[in-house]
Design a protein around this ligand. Structure first.
Ligand SMILES: [Zn+2]
Length: 416
């Protein structure tokens, strides 16, 4: 069976399992469907000679493929692949009905006759790059979920190819399928890294053919808690400390030029995401993001300083600041010994004749968390476009190329 056919079949199978994550549920996994995905994948891995298959308490599926190298072969790096099993909740249906448009002729794509849902060429001129190709789309009531089931299918098909062709040499390979990426990398944060003891890893979780990401934000969140002093208007003068106004004074210290509405590319920001307040208490929630670790830490320092300044202005208010780191920049996990994971990726693209499109991501992937464990985990393309929307589509040629990158990486790493 050719590669495209295999990918197509796997994708249709996995996308039909509804595994949307639920950001309002704090349990991991946050939805029943992710357990079903986990069980299905664990069963499928058994057919592919993968060993030590295990579903962890939070639904993470682990597996290990032993190395297959000629006798006397020098040791090669141990590599992992991590893919997420959930699809995103953007208030669309959790049920995905994928359909294949054969030899897309151009123009609008009718996704749903009954509901008259289209992907309009006018709104999505990127469609024009795929005229004449097979394209997978949803029925318009859901995302397609190529994010990240294209990756899951990609890895499974690559393992299938390795099993069928004993001529292909490869090093030891670890697999982790994780739940709840879309709800804040919550699944990968519960990974047991003793079951993923790799030198480096890859995610396949970005879009267009050629995309490579090894720079993500350092991300954290801060909560400023303010307790004011309430008073009746008869005696409020010189007594009342209004927590709403303390919050305003705090936020007014921020540099407007360093907010998301004024930043792009590798410029970091502080994003005031929520303010809650009544006459006694206020809370200010802030997202902290920067690609540069020094600047990220400086932003955290600034938030403390701003609190001290606000405190001086309102000595009777009680202020406290809590900050926590959420994930890091993949780039910061790279060192002389492991940066080879990036070299392999570019070499794979070069050998396959795929033009690299390197991007600094204004966000994070599972790799951004895994990298904080000292395992650099760059990210490459699935081939799909318009993630997180009903117009998400997966062109088969790019999907195939994404799988070829996986196979090429396995080959190059074995050659070392
Ligand atoms: Zn994803």
């Amino acid at each position: 069976m050719d590669l495209k056919k295999r990918l197509e079949q796997r994708f249709l199978k996995y996308s039909a399992i509804p595994s949307q994550s639920d950001p309002s549920n704090e349990t991991i996994p946050s939805s029943i469907g992710q357990w079903e995905m986990a069980r299905t994948l664990a069963d499928d891995l058994k057919e592919l000679d993968v060993q030590d298959i295990e579903i962890g308490e939070t639904g993470v599926v682990y597996g290990r493929l032993p190395a297959r190298l000629s006798p006397g072969h020098k040791p090669v790096p141990v590599v992992g692949w991590c893919c997420h099993m959930d699809t995103v909740d953007v208030h669309l249906s959790p049920e995905v009905h994928a359909q294949i448009i054969r030899s897309y002729p151009g123009g609008d794509i009718l996704q749903n006759e009954e509901k008259q849902i289209y992907i309009r060429e006018e709104d999505h001129p990127e469609l024009r790059d795929y005229i004449g190709q097979d394209i997978i789309v949803s029925d318009g009531t859901s995302v397609l979920g190529a994010d990240n089931k294209a990756a899951v299918s990609n890895v499974m098909v690559a393992l299938e190819i390795l099993k069928e062709d004993p001529e292909i040499e490869h090093g030891e390979i670890f697999i982790a399928f994780v739940p709840d990426e879309e709800t804040g990398l919550r699944g990968s944060k519960t990974m047991d890294f003793s079951k993923f003891p790799v030198d480096f890893a890859y995610t396949i979780d970005c879009c267009e053919e050629g995309e490579v990401v090894y720079q993500t934000f350092n991300a954290g969140e801060a909560v400023l808690t303010i307790r004011g002093v309430p008073a009746h208007p008869m005696s409020s003068k010189n007594n009342l400390v209004n927590p709403c106004m303390v919050a305003v004074d705090y936020i007014n210290l921020f540099d407007r030029a360093e907010m998301p509405e004024h930043t792009e590319d590798t410029e970091g920001y502080l994003w005031v995401t929520d303010i809650f307040s009544d006459s006694l208490d206020a809370k200010v929630m802030i997202d902290i993001r920067d690609h540069d670790l020094k600047k990220y830490n400086a932003k955290k320092e600034f938030l403390k300083k701003a609190m001290e300044i606000t405190q001086l202005k309102h000595p009777k208010a009680q202020l406290s600041l809590e900050m926590k780191d959420i994930y890091g920049n993949i780039y910061d996990a790279l060192n002389d010994d492991n940066k080879v994971c990036i070299d392999y990726l570019y070499k794979a693209l070069e050998e396959l004749g795929i033009k690299p499109k390197t991007k600094a991501m204004r966000g994070g992937t599972d790799g951004s968390f895994i990298s904080t464990k000292g395992i650099p985990t760059p990210n490459y393309f699935t081939g799909a476009l318009n993630f997180h929307s009903s117009a998400e589509f997966l062109p088969m040629n790019a999907f195939e190329n994404s799988c070829l990158v996986t196979l090429k990486l396995m080959e190059l790493i074995a050659k070392n």
